[in-house]
Design a protein. Structure first.
Ligand code: PXG
Ligand code: PLP
Length: 449
């Protein structure tokens, strides 16, 4: 009998129930294609692509080889006052993929760093062009923008904020979230109700005056809080209000970027052009930590003043543009969005699988415990009825039952999310939903403890 608690003691795990986990660990040993193998030998379908990270599945040969080649050639090089060619190449490729070839890319190592970078750029931009009073930032309820000081400030998940109140940036407001099951229950794709909620931004502008507001940051589709899909017309209306008042619009595309909605970015899917886009995760299949911010050319250019031998923007990370992360990204983009127009990329495969997932997930309507179902692109979520008096237990019970049946999901609150790798077959997507159906049944017959 292994003493798990002693063996696992030292790592304080992120966003994890450490005590429960260490008593009953779930350890992953190997990843291959759309499957993980656990240390007890079980093979499970990766229903969340890692943590929304791995559209190509795990350890795809071309990415592995690219990283191996890179580490043997140039393991690390400084990005402050030096550079390496592949990072420039990748920045250009990402801007081109976004249909914004003239724009700029600032590399970070995570989504959290990308968000904090974007907020700094937004506030500094207004200042360098002489509108220093524009400092207030508008986030949204239920938003997840990572765990940096900026990200938790604009984020809207109470548990991520409450212990850190004194550390948060002061001038922040939040738009209401757009989820109202009484108006949009069981919507397929975008709900029709709710565009008017964007008008709350107009109210905040009236309250504070536009001259005090720097930027609005939203996830175009809220991922982490449980696939909250924006109402038809909502993002367009945010864009119009921002334009009217000179406010920058930031799309946090850490989950939606690089194909999750079947288009390169959610900005493409919704036909709305934000001023800044944050990304991470799928950009390089999460092989090596990488994030970044796509910045509109006119914002970048506002910084390019003063003597040319001086630094224009005092910000950056030791690992910004890390050669291994860049190499993994180039190899990943070769699969997601090949430069050869003859080759079909996996982003279009995500678009093809989206209706398969939609059809399958909505077939769970009426199953025990299910109270709502939502989907967009290759992402879906269901809500389950809480165990009375025990918040967030039911979804965990479903998660455990699904894992026992060979499916790895994501649980958060009373929500379970499914976002399979783009390499999944339609049959695997349908099978994942059937496994979830069985897990719901298991959980419905579990006691409440
Ligand atoms: N912005 C958004 C929109 C995200 O989804 C971050 C920023 C932060 O990225 P990093 O790389 O710093 O974690 C995220 C991350 C989940 C889940 O369960 C979601 C995320 C991370 C972990 C779990 O949905 N999103
Ligand atoms: N702390 C110290 C003492 C450092 O020297 C540095 C970077 O040089 C940092 C923190 C920041 O580290 P990073 O650039 O990896 O974010």
């Amino acid at each position: 009998m292994i003493d798990h608690e002693a063996a696992l003691r030292s790592w304080w795990m992120p966003f994890t129930h450490n005590r429960y986990f260490k008593a009953k660990p779930r350890l992953i040993e190997k990843g291959e294609g759309a499957y993980y193998t656990l240390t007890d030998g079980r093979r499970v379908f990766d229903g969340l692509s890692g943590l929304w990270c791995c559209p190509l599945g795990h350890s795809p040969a071309s990415v592995v080889e690219a990283v191996q080649r890179q580490v043997a050639t140039l393991d690390f090089s400084p990005s402050f006052q030096m550079g390496h060619p592949a990072a420039f190449r990748l920045a250009s490729r990402i801007a081109t993929l976004a249909g914004r070839a003239q724009d700029r890319v600032f590399f970070t190592n995570s989504g959290s760093e990308a968000v904090d970078t974007a907020l700094k750029i937004a506030v500094a931009y207004h200042r360098v062009r002489g509108e220093a009073s524009r400092t207030r930032i508008i986030g949204r309820e239920r938003a997840y923008h990572g765990v940096g000081m900026g990200g938790i400030s604009v984020g809207g998940i109470p548990a991520n904020r409450k212990l850190f109140a004194p550390l948060m940036i002061p001038a922040v407001d939040h738009l209401p979230h757009t989820f109202d099951p009484s108006q949009m229950g069981y919507s397929r794709g975008q709900p029709l109700w709710g565009a008017h909620l964007a008008d709350e931004l107009e109210r905040l502008v009236t309250l504070h005056d536009a001259s005090n507001i720097a930027a609005v940051i939203v996830e175009p589709m809220q991922g982490s809080t449980g696939v909250i899909v924006p109402p038809v017309g909502y993002l367009q209306r945010l864009r119009e209000i921002c334009d009217r008042h000179g406010i920058l619009l930031i799309f946090d595309e850490v989950i939606t970027g690089f194909g999750r909605l079947g288009t390169p970015f959610a900005a493409d899917f919704f036909g709305v052009k934000p001023d800044l886009i944050t990304f991470a995760k799928a950009v390089n299949n999460a092989t090596v930590p990488l994030g970044g911010v796509l910045v509109d050319e006119h914002i970048h250019d506002a910084f390019m003043t003063g003597p040319e031998h001086l630094i224009e923007f005092f910000h950056g990370y030791t690992y910004s543009g890390h050669p291994l992360a860049i190499a993994a990204a180039e190899a990943t983009l070769d699969q997601l969005a090949p430069q050869d127009p003859q080759q079909v990329g996996l982003i279009s495969r995500a678009a093809e699988l989206a209706p398969v997932l939609e059809e399958a997930i909505h077939s769970l309507r009426g199953e025990p415990l299910v109270t709502d179902i939502r989907n967009l692109g290759l992402a879906a979520a269901i809500d389950v009825a809480p165990v009375p008096g025990k918040a967030a237990l039911r979804a965990f019970q479903v998660f455990e039952a699904a894992l026992d049946r060979g499916l790895l999901l994501r649980f958060t609150g009373e929500t379970l999310a499914l976002a399979p790798p783009f390499i999944s077959s339609p049959a695997e997507v349908r099978q994942a939903v059937e496994t979830l159906r069985a897990a719901l049944d298991d959980a419905a017959h579990t006691g409440s403890t």
